[in-house]
Design a protein around this ligand. Structure first.
Ligand code: FAD
Length: 559
């Protein structure tokens, strides 16, 4: 069974709970947005995903991307599907009209990519990367560079890569060694080796535009000495640039996406943004890129849930409690527990992710500075939580869905094991989940003594009446954050020990909030609400207890 977009559920969240069109209409570029227009776009997107992309899921895994003599051949059907995708305008959905885009809200792009990933994670990696490159170039590229590349990337006619990682430089990009040397004509020569570059070579598009982090000769050591360069596979005169694919990785999953080792040999490139400010140029796209990885977690969980639910509705084994004959396995409480728990994570995650996409547009377009600031706060705090907690649940929940199949899940036939393998990478790339937790607690929560987090919780509380237990979790988080901030002043190591538990606790508080919002709007959400109450949210207290333990062991008095 291929993944099927279930747009009715997505629309109920977007229109019934979030009232997305009303919020978006407050923004000048979206003054004309209404439910009809959004539905139309979503329906077309759903058809494209179901007809063109979902059927390629299996071949992407089984045949995979192939490497031979420096060339990468994508799995059968991938190129034709990609050509249809960009020619129909899908990559440009939310890009600016002046760059060849359709200028639609980011939340529509978010839903499109959620569906694409659920249908075929490997295929979706290719277009998934062009959005970050587009934002980088749009905000930091010089006029000449933009004239040559921006529209080609915005429309998806040419695909792009992000070349950051090197063998010795993973989470710590300050260790990047690739060199760039200025030339008299204003270009640079780039030399060095990059690893793990998604889509570094392929046959989907004629040209590939690489964005490369490299170091100028006089650059300071560490992250403040990195500059960003654009180096295309084909130069403007049509000749081949000095960028070579040496091999592609053999990996656990995601076989439809070539993970490339690239060698830059005096490759011609041009500076994007200022020298030594390469990381700043990349921060532009960080929130959007991390939101998309969080959505990958949600998408893969939905794909796994669909398969497991369908299987549970057909397979019979033993008698469920109270039944008189052999039961469908969906009637066994143990299986209901698995399925409804994933439903709660999916729907709650969607609400948070779609709202985050709306906030990205608030930051860009809202006329009121205070509202833009609130959007910034939302994205900066909620994005690492979505990235880490929902990719974790994507993998763990997909594995639970595999359990629903018993031994049949462990064999290839049903396609569930592919989802588990594919989902694992989302916890690692785009900043590992450990790095997300440190980013949240040490860079965003503690430096302002918890004021920003408090303001976010105020925003959530003001969104509508909330059950006492949701409010109580917020209060507990506020109190804990204050104490952590105090304790960290004398114990620099402490926050690093508790960062992962803190992120997970905030994720659960947000999920509890989202569940309350959905439950208030949808009468038929009782089973997921019960799963949240019984099996998911009790973990909040455990996470707090773990942090408390650390606090008490570092000698901090309890409040
Ligand atoms: C399939 C795939 C696709 C990828 N695509 C791209 C791409 O397109 N472009 C690109 O540039 N890169 C890409 N990557 C690379 C990916 O982003 C890195 O693997 C990731 O950033 C982690 O780096 P690393 O693998 O070197 O692990 P390391 O940084 O060595 O980390 C190892 C472990 O230590 C932990 N750790 C490291 N530092 C800290 C710290 N300060 N505090 C706490 N824990 C820490 C990590 O969380 C991790 O658990 C891809 C990787 C894969 C596997």
């Amino acid at each position: 069974m291929d993944y099927q977009p279930r747009l009715d559920e997505i629309k109920r969240l977007l229109f019934g709970v979030l009232q997305a069109p009303q919020h978006l209409r407050a923004l000048l570029p979206f003054a004309e947005i209404d439910v009809d227009l959004m539905q139309q776009v979503l329906d077309e997107a759903g058809k494209f995903v179901a007809h063109e992309i979902a059927p390629l899921q299996r071949v992407g895994d089984e045949v995979g991307a192939r490497f031979e003599g420096g060339q990468v051949t994508m799995p059968p059907g991938f190129r034709a599907a990609y050509q249809a995708f960009w020619q129909a305008g899908w990559p440009a959905l939310a890009n600016a009209p002046e760059d060849g885009g359709q200028g639609l809200p980011a939340v529509l792009e978010a839903v499109l990519y959620e569906m694409l990933t659920a249908a075929n994670h490997g295929w979706t990696m290719a277009p998934g990367l062009l959005h970050g490159a587009y934002e980088c170039l749009r905000h930091h590229g010089g006029d000449e560079l933009k004239a040559r590349y921006l529209q080609k990337i915005a429309t998806g006619e040419w695909l792009a890569t992000m070349c950051l990682t090197e063998a010795q430089a993973g989470s710590d990009l300050g260790l990047v060694r690739t060199k760039a040397q200025a030339q008299t004509d204003g270009s640079y020569r780039i030399t060095g080796g990059k690893i793990f570059i998604s889509g570094g070579e392929h046959d989907l598009t004629d040209n590939i535009v690489h964005l490369v982090l490299a170091r100028l000769p006089d650059a300071p050591a560490g992250p403040k000495g990195l500059s960003l360069f654009l180096a295309p596979k084909l130069l403007p005169d049509g000749t081949r640039n000095g960028v070579f694919c040496e091999r592609i990785e053999e990996k656990m999953g995601l076989h439809g996406s070539p993970t490339c080792v690239l060698r830059f040999e005096e490759a011609t490139g041009w500076l994007v943004g200022e020298a030594n400010k390469g990381l700043n140029a990349m921060f532009v796209m960080m929130n959007a890129a991390r939101l998309h990885v969080g959505l990958q977690g949600i998408a893969l969980l939905e794909a796994a849930w669909q398969k497991a639910s369908a299987y549970a509705a057909e397979r019979r084994q033993m008698r469920a409690p109270g039944a008189s004959a052999t039961s469908l396995i969906q009637d066994h409480p143990a299986i209901q527990r698995i399925l409804t728990t994933q439903r709660a994570w999916i729907d709650g995650g969607r609400l948070l992710a779609y709202r985050t996409a709306i906030e990205l547009d608030m930051i860009k377009h809202h006329p009121d500075a205070a509202r833009r600031e609130a959007g910034q706060r939302w994205c900066s705090l909620v994005t690492p939580v979505l990235k880490a907690a929902w990719t974790r649940q994507g993998f763990l929940g997909a594995s639970d869905c595999l359990q629903v199949f018993g031994g049949h899940g462990y064999v290839r036939e049903w396609g569930i094991e592919q989802i588990v393998r594919d989902a694992r990478i989302t916890m690692i790339y785009e900043g590992t989940n450990e790095i997300q937790a440190i980013d949240l607690l040490l860079r965003k929560v503690l430096p302002n003594g918890g004021v920003a987090l408090g303001a976010l919780l105020d925003t959530l509380a003001a969104d509508g009446p909330l059950p006492a237990e949701v409010q109580q979790r917020f209060e507990q988080l506020r109190a804990l954050t204050r104490r952590l901030a105090q304790a960290a002043a004398g114990q620099a190591e402490l926050p690093y020990w508790v960062a992962d538990d803190f992120l997970q606790a905030l994720a659960l508080a947000l999920l509890g909030w989202a569940g309350a919002r959905i439950g208030a709007a949808q009468q038929d959400w009782q089973a997921p609400a019960r799963a949240l109450r019984h099996w998911v949210l009790p973990e909040f207290a455990l996470r707090l207890q773990i942090i408390e333990q650390h606090l008490s062991e570092t000698g901090t008095t309890h409040a």
